[in-house]
Ligand binder design. Structure first.
Ligand SMILES: *[C@@H]1O[C@H](CO)[C@@H](O)[C@H](O)[C@H]1NC(C)=O
Ligand SMILES: *[C@@H]1O[C@H](CO)[C@@H](O)[C@H](O)[C@H]1NC(C)=O
Ligand SMILES: *[C@@H]1O[C@H](CO)[C@@H](O)[C@H](O)[C@H]1NC(C)=O
Ligand SMILES: *[C@@H]1O[C@H](CO)[C@@H](O)[C@H](O)[C@H]1NC(C)=O
Ligand SMILES: *[C@@H]1O[C@H](CO)[C@@H](O)[C@H](O)[C@H]1NC(C)=O
Length: 306
């Protein structure tokens, strides 16, 4: 069983004691972001970006510092999280093959045990928008001439100081999740489990580069950029390419970060990334608000992860 599922069960047990004294079971709401820097969630001193709802969970809840993914790749890690199985059991080694569609997930188990369940947004555990080339490239990482470079990371500023909704699809799913919580509150006393998968803060496709471009555009509005304290943004130490670990080299090259970047450029890209984290935090906030408005917050385990 993987660590996410273990920590979920662990949460269940701790909350179980306080929630379930009279036999009622807590609701479970899991908000999963994509590519959210964990350090922003567990470092209480981190003031580089305002994340009021992550902070709220940190202060009122528990931060699991030793929970880690079973695989550093999208679909295999999601397949492990949904099934509670290690990668050698799911046989999901790369983004080509994920979990069998008929596999039993933690949601299935909750449903069998009397929960009303709902999944929304990005799932990516039975298949991602990933291709056959993902299958081939997973095995040809050491072959220099086969490595394909994605677009060089760029930033794009849209809207103005009142433009809140940038990642429309995520917001639509967040709205649906909030509506669903309101419906649950009104309709029955069965416990529920809700999963909301967000794309943010994963960077956007660079449209001008066509379909295989990967995510290389960091896009936000002045509204979110204002949540970032740019003077606190640091620049990571970057080794010359020939001194890098092969895995770092692979990422650096394919993500097209092997060229020359100015300090300003790096800080700017980081600022946009943090702003995108702030937008994801606001989505988490909308879900928490829906629970609060319906008086369900004190009987719900809220999990935020990436
Ligand atoms: C259990 O406690 C909750 C909250 O206090 C209450 O709403 C519910 O009616 C109780 N259930 C039972 C079966 O006593
Ligand atoms: C799921 O389907 C696969 C074939 O697609 C099959 O080999 C496997 O036995 C099935 N698993 C279950 C639990 O039904
Ligand atoms: C990768 O970055 C270099 C500059 O560092 C640029 O010349 C090249 O066009 C980029 N590749 C893509 C696919 O954007
Ligand atoms: C921001 O943009 C929106 C939509 O284009 C516009 O309606 C609004 O007036 C603008 N607000 C400001 C403060 O410029
Ligand atoms: C949760 O909050 C509601 C509304 O404030 C209250 O009626 C209920 O008793 C609380 N339940 C628990 C388990 O504390």
């Amino acid at each position: 069983m993987n660590k996410e599922v273990l920590s979920l069960i662990f949460l269940f047990q701790i909350y179980g004691q306080s929630f379930c004294q009279n036999g009622t079971r807590p609701n479970i709401v899991m908000v999963m972001s994509d590519a959210f820097d964990g350090r922003l969630t567990f470092d209480p001193g981190s003031k580089v970006v305002q994340l009021p709802y992550v902070k709220y969970l940190r202060e009122l809840g528990t931060t699991f510092l030793n929970a880690y993914t079973n695989s550093p790749i999208c679909c295999p890690s999601r397949a492990a999280m949904w099934s509670g199985q290690f990668v050698h059991l799911t046989q999901s080694w790369n983004n080509y093959k994920c979990l069998d569609a008929n596999a039993t997930t933690w949601m299935d188990l909750l449903e069998e045990n009397g929960y009303v369940t709902k999944s929304m947004g990005k799932l990516d555990y039975t298949s991602g928008s990933h291709s056959v080339s993902n299958r081939v490239e997973a095995w040809t990482r050491d072959v220099q001439f086969l490595l394909r470079q994605e677009g060089r990371p760029v930033t794009q500023l849209v809207g103005n100081t009142s433009t809140v909704r940038i990642m429309r699809k995520d917001w639509e799913n967040t709205d649906k999740a909030a509506q669903w919580i309101h419906q649950r509150a009104a309709s029955s006393h069965k416990p529920f489990a809700l999963y909301l998968g967000l794309n943010l803060p994963h960077p956007y496709k660079t449209e001008s580069l066509g379909p295989p471009a990967g995510g290389s555009t960091f896009l936000t509005s002045p509204y979110w950029l204002k949540k970032v304290s740019s003077e606190l943004i640091t620049v990571p130490k970057w080794l010359p390419v020939d001194a890098m670990h092969p895995v770092d080299y692979y990422s650096t090259f394919t993500k097209n970060c092997s060229g020359v970047f100015t300090v300003e450029e790096i800080k700017n890209i980081r600022a946009f990334y943090y702003a995108m984290c702030a937008e994801a935090d606001a989505m988490l906030g909308q879900v928490i608000s829906a629970l609060r408005e319906t008086d369900l917050l004190n009987n719900t385990v809220v999990i935020f992860t990436g």
